[in-house]
Design a protein around this ligand. Structure first.
Ligand code: PLP
Ligand code: COI
Length: 342
């Protein structure tokens, strides 16, 4: 009998909380193992493993929600499976078969069902798949053995303000990725490279850095661990760039916008165009859609005040509500994005 949970769901931060189980599979001798269910929080790894020395680590992030009907829904799991495969191909790692990924997601959610926050709490179950190179090697090369595992943790909002306004900044002294580098993949090293900039921004009172394209520093790229979009004269505009992560949340919001009759433009967005937008937000699995109040360009002192009335804008609010409604089973899932965990 498991101990009773004593979690204040509505006050959960975005963090790690121990749950009952995680799931694992290993790639060895040219094939993937059966799925192992574990209640251990640790793994056994060779000290010379390629993950530790040469950064062969990729991960994913997706969420499960308790719906209005009490059912558990996982959002767009196949898209995360595909993106993990693309990250693996990018780093010359062994791709995890998409069916195995999906089976493991379903299993780990089911096994930790009691940690899926209740409907109405605003919290969700964050699902974190990761794959690491396990082969011992001092030479720079890819692994022949891999560990793929999925842990879960109930979480609250990523930015402390939740669906309140948050301020971000532009600093040209930092890049998170190289122009033709690993930005389009979800690689641990990208986040290591962003820690200095992130800390600097936090010290100055901003919740994230809005990165510019690393080649010319002319165009908007993405916003810390999230994509960026803005509303300009009724249109949804978002950066098209090969150095950003193709956000599944952003793709979903674009589709929802189109369904509402809103025009969508994915294109280069020059920094100065920020002066012409009426709304802006950071979007991602963790961030959902976090409306931005102000964007400060710290290199030239320009302040782009986006939310002039101090409130999230109407289009961002409508898109956020529509996305949440699908995830929570309040609105029809017309695009087949949810997987119900039976
Ligand atoms: N960009 C970066 C750098 C991220 O880490 C994330 C989070 O996954 C996103 C964008 C948003 O992607 P998604 O909506 O698929 O979670
Ligand atoms: C996500 O939105 O899933 C992320 O990965 C963001 C961050 C916690 C790395």
């Amino acid at each position: 009998m498991k101990e009773e949970l004593n979690i204040d769901w509505a006050k959960l931060p975005f963090g790690y909380l121990r749950t009952d189980y995680n799931v694992r599979a290993t790639f060895c001798d040219g094939k993937w193992s059966d799925i192992e269910v574990s209640d251990s929080e640790t793994i056994n790894i060779h000290m010379a493993a390629t993950a530790l020395h040469y950064g062969q680590e990729i991960f994913e992030g997706l969420k499960a929600f308790r719906g209005v009907d009490g059912k558990i829904r996982v959002f767009r799991m196949r898209d995360n499976a595909r993106r993990l495969r693309e990250s693996a191909e990018g780093l010359k790692m062994q791709p995890v078969p998409e069916d195995l990924f999906c089976e493991m997601v379903k299993k780990v959610v089911k096994l930790n069902e009691r940690f899926v926050p209740p409907y109405g709490s605003g919290a969700s179950l964050y699902i974190r798949p990761l794959e690491i190179g396990m082969t011992a090697s001092v030479g720079v090369r890819t692994s022949s053995e891999y560990l793929f595992m999925i842990l879960v943790s109930p979480v609250g909002p990523y930015f402390k303000t939740g669906f309140g306004l948050t301020n971000i900044c532009i600093m040209r002294e930092y890049d998170r990725v190289a122009p033709k580098g690993t930005g389009r993949w979800k690689v641990g090293g990208n986040y290591a490279a962003s820690l200095g900039a992130g800390e600097h921004a936090h010290e100055l009172g901003y919740s994230a850095v809005l990165y510019l394209d690393p080649k010319e520093k002319k165009y908007l790229d993405e916003c810390g661990p999230a994509n960026f979009f803005a509303i300009k004269d009724g249109k949804y505009i978002t950066p098209a760039s090969e150095s950003i992560l193709p956000s599944i949340t952003n793709m979903s919001l674009q589709q929802i916008a189109k369904d509402m009759g809103i025009e969508v433009e994915a294109r280069h967005i020059p920094v100065e165009e920020l002066a012409e937008v009426q709304e802006a937000a950071a979007c991602g699995t963790a961030a959902v859609a976090s409306p931005i109040g102000e964007i400060d360009d710290l290199d030239n002192g320009t302040k782009y005040v986006i939310a002039r009335d101090g409130k999230p804008g109407p289009v961002t609010t409508k898109l956020y509500n529509a996305l949440r409604a699908i995830q929570l089973g309040e609105a029809p899932d017309i695009h087949g994005w949810n997987t119900i965990i039976e």
